[in-house]
Design a protein around this ligand. Structure first.
Ligand code: NAD
Length: 332
């Protein structure tokens, strides 16, 4: 069956990888990429597919209810994969309002339009909401997040994502909208905006600039290679059970300070510098307010039910990632 899929936030990091995969892998699907090109959106990410017949880009704010409505009607949207968001925790501390607007009100606007439109145009539909493990707050040194973990967000970013998850479930329970949610840990790979930890560190090592590390650098994050996350989204979109939530993780936890040291080692080697020459660029800065200690995922549900697990070895994924940024300095 053909599908007319609205991907929101398709010009961003994860969205652009997803749009590329869907356009190339499913020529019978029509992919409508809705993005209002904030600082994080970049159409250069999709240059290779911009003229494909099954692809349309629409510059539109997801909060603009009337325009979203028009897009649903004009393109007979049957499925939504919703990624558009304000996504950087530090920015959410500076300006929480923009996070509530896009992440909460924007999600609500999409849900309302989808509900109204799909009521009149009954067929097989899906609203697939892409969320984050940060909604669960911080875990201790032992426990892993599961789909049953209670929400406990600490930053305005994670609070806004948690709120959007609740609205998605509420629309499912109240209006019977077919929904799925997935919550993934930190992604890494090409095309990530250079305010995020890995591209920022690569850029600063290259430029011989300070490498800011929050607090004592002991905070732990789980890292998933972008291609593995995209494969999981593809699988959940096609085979996931309606009304369900799936956690996605990399089984790959790193203390921030160890990750930064690893990047120093790799980038210095690739630039032909003396081993670890850039270690002295590391500079510990005041800890982020509300900084979660550790995110860690138990992804056995998606593994057992859908057969997904991360494939990319971190050592290879991070080498590929560093290579890409060094080869695409103008993009950075
Ligand atoms: P990103 O910041 O790189 O991209 C976000 C995209 O959304 C940009 O293209 C931006 O222009 C667009 N956008 C923002 N506000 C919009 C609006 N009002 N209307 C239309 N478009 C708008 O983010 P990302 O890292 O690609 O994350 C995508 C999604 O995945 C987010 O929902 C995020 O919460 C979630 N997520 C990200 C990670 C990660 O590690 N990056 C992990 C788990 C979940």
């Amino acid at each position: 069956m053909t599908k007319n899929i609205l991907v929101t936030g398709g010009a961003g990091f994860i969205g652009s990888h997803l749009v590329r995969l869907l356009v190339n892998k499913y020529p019978k699907y029509h992919i409508v990429n809705m993005d209002n090109l904030t600082y994080a959106g970049n159409l250069q990410n999709l240059k290779d597919i911009e003229f494909k017949e099954n692809y349309t880009f629409i510059n539109c704010d997801i909060c603009d209810f009337m325009s979203v409505k028009e897009v649903f009607a004009n393109y007979s949207i049957s499925h939504v994969i919703h990624l558009a968001a304000e996504s950087h925790v530090d920015r959410s501390i500076e300006n929480p309002f923009s996070f509530a607007k896009t992440n909460v009100m924007g999600t609500l606007s999409l849900l309302q339009v989808a509900n109204d439109y799909w009521k009149e145009n009954v067929r097989s539909n899906l609203f697939y909401h892409i969320s984050t493990d940060e909604v669960y707050g911080s875990t201790d040194g032992i426990s892993l997040f599961t789909e049953q973990t209670k929400y406990n967000p600490h930053s305005p970013y994670s609070a806004s994502k948690a709120s959007s998850d609740h609205f998605v479930r509420a629309f499912h329970d109240t209006f019977n909208i077919p929904v799925i949610i997935s919550n993934c840990s930190n992604n890494y790979g090409p095309y990530q905006f250079s305010e995020k930890l890995i591209p920022l560190m690569i850029k600063n090592i290259f430029d011989n600039k300070p490498l800011p590390v929050y607090g004592n650098g002991e905070n732990i994050r789980d890292w998933v290679f972008i291609d593995d996350h995209i494969k999981a989204i593809d699988m959940i979109f096609h085979e996931g059970c309606l009304g369900e939530t799936y956690l996605i993780g990399g089984d790959n936890e790193w203390r921030n300070i160890d990750l930064v040291k690893l990047l120093v080692e790799i980038v210095d080697r690739k630039l032909g510098r003396k081993k670890n020459a850039s270690l002295n660029l590391i500079s510990f800065v005041n800890d982020r307010q509300g900084h979660d200690y550790r995110y860690a995922i138990d992804f056995s549900k998606i593994k057992n039910e859908l057969g997904w697990q991360p494939c990319e070895e971190f050592e290879q994924g991070i080498e590929k990632t560093v290579n890409w940024y060094l080869e695409n300095k103008e993009w950075m």
